[in-house]
Design a protein around this ligand. Structure first.
Ligand code: SAM
Length: 443
């Protein structure tokens, strides 16, 4: 167990130093990775509580490697319900501390902090602030309360809860037979391990009863499935529903402006024949779009470029539809990425909103009159959603907002039985806005 604790503490050390947990987890040996991820995520879901406890125990903050181990231990020992016996956990944590040169000298201190916390029991948790209890930075909670006066608590509670694994079924392969059994179709192969997603309007989403490594999914290599939250699965159908057929009978020209790693690009191509240009400015992430399309048997034009500078990549032919899945704080996907609140600063909201504005302004002229642009962010902050779009429509009189799914607010599964528009439900948080470009000459 101490090896897994050590690996998880390395992930937390990365977060303390500003590194996303996905990057640190990629460095962990494959045999330890699933366990290390589970423990690191438990540590991140108890991050604020563990910090508060550590502040109460330590006169001075210990160096980062010791701190990350202790934060992990304190988060795990106060988990409710606990996954380990407290004394076994403490012994293994001290063992992990002794095995690492940078923490060896602090083994006594780590042991003392853990045992003091055990003795204090739940009394030790009495002074936690509301933000600590909800495991969010103070500024984050204040922003949620300002943006969602009614639903802030449900959103915060959903963010603290691990999410189920959602799949998207490849629409073009629904009649395909399994290469393994030569009998099963995707639906037959999945029905014992997953349930159809509630409120699924295009009919291809599944929730796994238990998360599994993707390679274990029947038909994964055949491209039957992609991992994608229900909220993200709304983008492609929403844009395609707004597409007007071309008068010249050609395939619609579609731009996916911030495409990597390609989840929504692939979904668009699974559902329709498109002449699709997928852009991302991050070359490594763009390579993942290619890998994903290849596994799914799909094709698009890919371009590594800054979407906010069309002069560098646009051939001047207008797009019939644009998907702008803009960079954002990711405040809607905390339940899947519990490091997000601890990697962000309050000032990020304004700087990301500025990038979103620049992207919207740059891409709008590339859209054909009568065409549709779907703007989306996986954020629940108003500045990246409704406020951004209100401001855009105010300065672009040819942009007409059309009815769409708008804001998806994550809450617990029990919150709603039937997800509908502007819904609260068991999915990630997203904001969607569909904008139609007024045809030339129309009033
Ligand atoms: C929210 S992610 C996109 C997720 C993707 N649409 C999907 O469904 O898999 C945002 C992406 O925008 C890219 N990005 C950020 N700023 C950009 C810009 N100015 N031009 C192009 N891509 C950009 C990032 O590299 C990142 O891959």
């Amino acid at each position: 167990m101490w090896q897994t604790l050590l690996a998880a503490s390395q992930v937390l050390l990365g977060v303390l130093q500003g590194q996303p947990s996905s990057a640190s987890l990629a460095q962990v040996s494959p045999s330890l990775r699933p366990g290390a991820q589970a423990l690191a995520f438990a540590g991140l879901r108890g991050w604020a509580r563990a910090h508060a406890l550590l502040r109460a125990r330590a006169a001075r903050m210990p160096p980062a490697p010791v701190r990350s181990l202790l934060l992990l231990g304190l988060a795990l020992v106060t988990e409710n319900p606990p996954r380990y016996d407290a004394h076994t956990l403490t012994n293994q944590l001290v063992e992990a501390c002794q095995r690492q040169r940078s923490t060896r000298a602090a083994a006594g201190f780590v042991n003392g902090c853990m045992r003091q916390t055990l003795r204090a029991g739940t009394l030790g948790l009495a002074s936690l602030t509301q933000a600590d209890q909800l495991n969010l930075p103070d500024w984050w909670l204040q922003q949620l309360q300002a943006d969602h006066p009614t639903h802030w608590l449900a959103i915060a509670q959903a963010a603290a809860t691990p999410a189920p694994m959602h799949l998207r079924q490849h629409a073009r392969k629904s009649q395909e037979k399994s290469a393994v059994s030569a009998v099963d179709t995707p639906q037959a192969a999945i029905k014992n391990i997953a349930s159809p997603l509630r409120g699924d309007r295009w009919g291809g989403g599944w929730a796994l009863h238990e998360a599994v490594p993707v390679q274990q999914l029947p038909g994964w290599d055949q491209g039957w499935w992609s991992v994608q939250d229900w909220g993200a699965q709304q983008a492609a159908p929403a844009l395609l529903a707004a597409l007007v057929p071309r008068s010249d009978g050609r395939r619609p020209r579609v731009l996916d402006a911030c495409a990597a790693p390609g989840g929504k690009t692939a979904h668009l191509l699974e559902l329709a024949d498109l002449d699709l240009l997928a852009i991302d400015r991050d070359a490594d992430r763009l390579a993942r779009v290619q890998d994903n399309l290849q596994r799914l048997g799909l094709a698009a034009h890919l371009r590594c470029a800054d979407a906010a500078r069309p002069a560098e990549w646009w051939d001047g032919q207008a797009f019939d539809a644009i998907l702008l899945d803009a960079p954002c704080t990711a405040s809607g996907i905390v339940r899947r990425h519990p490091d997000v609140p601890w990697l962000r600063r309050a000032t990020d909201i304004a700087s990301l909103a500025q990038q979103q504005r620049a992207l919207l302004d740059a891409l709008w002229p590339t859209l054909a009159p009568g065409g549709a642009l779907l703007y989306c962010t996986c954020s629940v902050f108003a500045a990246e959603g409704p406020e951004q779009i209100q401001a855009f429509v105010a300065r672009n009189t040819d942009a007409v907002p059309e009815p769409s799914i708008a804001a998806l607010l994550p809450t617990s599964a029990a919150a709603t039985e039937t997800p509908l528009d502007n819904l609260l439900g068991e999915h990630d948080g997203f904001f969607y806005a569909l904008l139609r470009k007024r045809p030339t000459g129309a009033a």
